[in-house]
Write a protein that binds this ligand. Structure first.
Ligand code: IPM
Ligand code: MG
Length: 372
């Protein structure tokens, strides 16, 4: 299969982890006989430095011309003084909207090998397996009007954002969640704040209506505050967790604790013109450039890319199996080294290399199995 992938390494640890994900994809292409091409483009702070804008037209055009986009991270303290609309993050938000992927899938799995490295009791988190489906193009992130109100002294005296959802926006993301539940444990938890917010009332009513089309899927509604608590106290009760943009941003970071590290989480933004794949972790400027960042979230994002954008399920599963193998063998980047009984910390590129070696073994085993 031929696949052209636009890579946007971005800021902080983005380039380091993206390099490993690309290496893994190249290995996949070689092992399974595919042709993947990569077109690297600037985004975020990197793009501001080089082009004066966080999302140059050339970057967006390249993204729209390819089959899928693989992004590292955006954000840099160098631009903390800029207004929201000019920061590196604004580049990512504009990109998300331009590509059109409204459903952001964030799988959260507690690998047995890492159950001891979360701050929670291992017996509570082992086996947790949640798919967060976050609405990505609506709510407070994009609602208008937004802005600052300037007082007489020229300084901001107030600020406002708008939380807005249409029925159509809720419906389409709800369908993604219910469809996903069909091939999982058939349970959707829809999270809102319907005791306070009109947008949440609309959300709840709409999701309940969509649920009628999925009689085999159990739907429960949960307020976001209660959900935050249950995620930590009883994570195994969740299967698919469906929620709006800001709640999803917050709850997915919280859910990352179940996996052992935010750096393990991958995401796919689907439903638009071109899918966008990115690890959930940010640019982590404090550890950038030191070769210690965990590339597994980026590598797992590459697996999601193969699954969703290319329908290469076998290849996606083999990358995931390789990641599992490496973790079971005890290899750990510093973020997951503590309390996990690992072999001591390895760096970013060694971790990538271990995944590639494990991938070759997984593929060999698959080959041997089919040859029998
Ligand atoms: C995420 C990030 C982004 C978001 C930031 C970098 C704009 O936190 O993908 O979760 O808020 O969506
Ligand atoms: Mg976030």
């Amino acid at each position: 299969m031929k696949l052209s992938i636009t890579t946007l390494p971005g800021d902080g640890v983005g380039p380091e982890v993206t390099a490993e994900a690309v290496r893994v994809l190249r290995a996949v292409a070689e092992i399974y006989g595919h042709e993947f091409t990569f077109d690297e483009q600037p985004v975020g702070g990197e793009a501001i430095r080089r082009h004066g804008t966080p999302l140059p037209t050339s970057t967006l055009d390249a993204c729209l011309a390819g089959d899928a986009v693989l992004l590292g991270a955006v954000g840099s303290p160098d631009f903390d003084g800029l207004p929201p609309g000019e920061r590196p993050e604004a580049g990512l938000l504009t990109l998300r909207r331009a590509l059109g992927g409204y459903a952001n899938l964030r799988p959260v799995v507690c690998h047995d090998a890492l159950a001891g490295c979360t701050p929670l009791r291992a017996e509570r988190v082992a086996g947790a397996d949640i798919l967060v489906v976050r609405e990505l193009l609506g709510g407070l992130y994009f609602g208008e009007p937004r802005g600052f109100t300037t007082g007489g002294d020229g300084r901001a005296s107030a600020a406002h954002n708008t939380m807005r959802y249409t029925v159509a926006e809720v419906e389409r993301v709800a369908r993604v969640a219910f469809d996903a539940a069909l091939s999982r444990r058939r349970r959707v938890t829809s999270v809102d704040k319907a005791n306070v917010l009109e947008t949440s009332r609309l959300w709840r009513e709409t999701v309940s209506r969509v649920a009628l089309d999925y009689p085999s899927v159990a739907l429960e509604h949960l307020y976001v505050d209660a959900c935050a608590m249950h995620l930590i106290s009883d994570p195994r009760r969740f299967d698919v967790l469906l929620t709006e943009n800001l709640f999803g941003d917050i709850l997915s970071d919280e859910a990352a604790v179940l996996a052992g590290s935010l750096a393990l989480l991958a995401s796919a933004s689907v439903g638009g013109e071109v899918d966008l794949y990115e690890p959930v972790h940010g640019s982590a400027p404090d550890i950038a450039g030191r070769g210690v960042a965990n590339p597994l979230g980026a590598i797992s994002s590459a697996a999601l890319l193969l699954r969703h954008a290319a329908r290469l399920e076998r290849e996606a599963q083999d990358i995931e199996a390789a990641v599992e193998t490496v973790l079971r063998a005890g290899y750990r980047t510093p973020d997951i080294a503590r309390g996990s009984g690992g072999l001591g910390a390895v760096g970013t590129s060694e971790m990538g290399q271990r995944v590639i070696e494990a991938l070759a073994e997984v593929a060999d085993m698959r080959h041997a199995y089919h040859a029998v």
